[in-house]
Structures are given as structure tokens and as C-alpha cells.
Design a protein around this ligand. Structure first.
Ligand SMILES: [Zn+2]
Ligand SMILES: [Zn+2]
Length: 295
């Protein structure tokens, strides 16, 4: 059955395209009953989201998605039920925002030096955003006609409506690539304990999407480490996972005594309602979530 729970999506307060009222309308249209807005390193939209969602009869949980590092692997940790005024979290978001801006400016400089055109008006608009992300950079580079020619000629790279992921993989993901920049991030373990101190629970987002993990053995090692640091849940049902991965992560969630959560990771209202999760599993999640958030 289609999920009535969606605990992972974004708004304009990070790299999403929709304003909070539009997000709430989309949730309502898709039949979602329990939801958490989880912008990247920001809870700026949470107050408005909770207000509008509850007016629409949706149970809204406060949420956030924190970019972290575990050893050298970039991981996203979701926090639910957090106090959005917690000083430790606020300070972390402030630092992450400064770091994002620094990384944005450096990355654009790298592209410029490599011969790409940079629209200065767009660049100055983007650099003052609070949460500037990789997709913003991709748009800045790929929207310019001369860069499309340059990419096609020099790199045999074709820009099309679905080339965002390919562009990030090819130019911005690994050391040595033109647009790679290593941001300093908070450690996964630190983020988990901060979420706990802010009264929330911590869930590893789309664990199957992190290519840097590589082997199953490494995956189990990272999962064991995060569990040891206090991880509460695993986002098993994600659009980023294949059906096999959903099954694998659900089995792992049981083995490691973690709650199995559902998240579309929607950024524009188009990714929601594509997952299928058995009804008893959704009931189990609501029960576990309520129990954990009350504890
Ligand atoms: Zn993520
Ligand atoms: Zn996300």
C-alpha cells in the first residue's frame, strides 16, 4: 500500500523547490497522515510546517537532515522530535551554513578556472542563500548555454533534464574532479548525541545511497558504529533504494533493534507516493515512533 507516512522531504528552506504551504498541500493530496519536514541543516521551515500540517489534519513531527562524516564517508542523519530552539543545534546549523557558503564559493571558482562561464548575477544571488547546495551549483553551471557547448565538446557530456545526478557523479563527487570540495562536517556520532540532547531521535537517511561505503562488510561496520553511538532508526523505505535494498535494510533494522522509517526524500512534489510499504509495517512504525518520541 502507498505510505501514509513520509518522514523525509525538503522545502525552499534548503534545496527543495516548494514553499512550506505547497509542501503541505502536496502531502494532503498524496494522503499522508504522519509527516516530518527535514531540510538540510536547517529547521527554519519547521514552525510553519507544523502549524499548517496540523490544520490539514496531518500529524507533524519536527525534523532535520544533518550532513555528517563517519570516518571519511559522508552520511546524512535525520533528527525527529527535536527542540528546534536547542542552542547546540542552532550553533551547529550556523556553522554548517557558513561552511556551505565557503564550499559554494570555492567550488564555483574551480569551475571558473577550468574554463566554465559563471553568471555573476546568479552567483551573487546564490551566495547569500542560507542553504546553498550542490544542485544550486549544477544549475548555475548547466543552465548557461555556453557551458552546455563546452561540456559537450570538451567532456562529451550532454545536459538534459535528468543529468543532475550524472553531473554530480562526474564532476563533484571525488577528489581530483573539477567541482570537488571537502567541506568540514560534524561527525555522525556527534550529530546523534546532539539530536538526543535536543530531545529527539536519530535515524540514518538512505543508507543504501552512499556509494563511498562500497562493500556489505563496510556497511555493517558503519552501521555497528552508529548503533554504538546511539542511532535509533534506519530509513529502510526510501526512493533511493531498490526493492532488494528496502528488504535488506528492513532485515538489518530488526537485527540491530532500530526503527524502520519511511521517507520519499521529495524535493519538488514529484517523488511522493511512489513507494509501497505493507500496512502492518506502517502500523509498526507509527507505534514505535510514538513510543520513542514520548520516552
Ligand atoms: Zn540525504
Ligand atoms: Zn534529503
Amino acid at each position: 500500500m502507498k505510505p501514509i507516512i513520509d518522514l523525509h522531504f525538503h522545502s525552499i528552506h534548503s534545496d527543495g523547490k516548494l514553499k512550506v504551504p505547497e509542501v503541505v498541500r502536496n502531502l494532503k493530496k498524496c494522503g499522508i497522515k504522519v509527516a516530518a519536514l527535514t531540510d538540510h541543516d536547517s529547521t527554519d521551515g519547521v514552525r510553519e510546517f507544523r502549524l499548517l500540517a496540523s490544520k490539514s489534519g496531518i500529524v507533524a513531527i519536527s525534523g532535520v537532515e544533518i550532513s555528517t562524516l563517519y570516518e571519511n564517508i559522508g552520511l546524512h542523519i535525520l533528527g525527529y522530535g527535536i527542540d528546534i530552539n536547542h542552542p547546540g543545534l542552532k550553533e551547529l546549523f550556523r556553522r554548517q551554513s557558513v561552511e556551505r557558503r565557503r564550499s559554494f564559493i570555492e567550488t564555483v571558482k574551480h569551475f571558473h578556472r577550468a574554463g566554465f562561464y559563471v553568471d555573476q548575477r546568479k552567483f551573487h544571488y546564490l551566495r547569500q542563500l542560507k542553504t546553498v547546495t550542490k544542485p544550486h551549483i549544477v544549475a548555475l553551471i548547466c543552465d548557461a548555454q555556453q557551458n552546455r557547448h563546452f561540456l559537450a565538446q570538451k567532456f562529451k557530456f550532454k545536459v538534459d533534464p535528468n543529468s543532475m545526478g550524472r553531473f554530480i557523479d562526474r564532476f563533484m563527487s571525488e577528489p581530483g574532479q573539477i567541482g570537488y570540495f571537502m567541506k568540514s562536517k560534524v561527525y555522525g556520532q556527534t550529530a546523534i548525541s546532539l539530536i538526543h540532547r535536543a530531545g529527539g531521535i536519530a535515524v540514518w537517511a538512505h543508507p543504501g545511497a552512499e556509494k563511498e561505503i562500497g562493500s556489505q562488510r563496510n556497511l555493517l561496520r558503519v552501521l555497528g558504529g552508529l548503533k554504538h553511538a546511539g542511532l535509533d532508526g534506519l530509513e529502510c523505505f526510501s526512493n533511493a533504494h531498490s526493492p532488494q535494498q528496502r528488504k535488506l535494510f528492513y532485515n538489518l533494522s530488526r537485527r540491530y533493534k532500530l526503527i524502520a522509517t519511511i521517507g520519499s526524500d521529495d524535493h519538488d512534489g514529484k517523488r511522493r507516493g511512489k513507494l509501497h510499504v505493507a500496512k502492518p509495517l506502517q502500523g509498526e512504525l507509527i507505534y514505535n515512533l510514538a513510543k520513542l518520541l514520548k520516552a
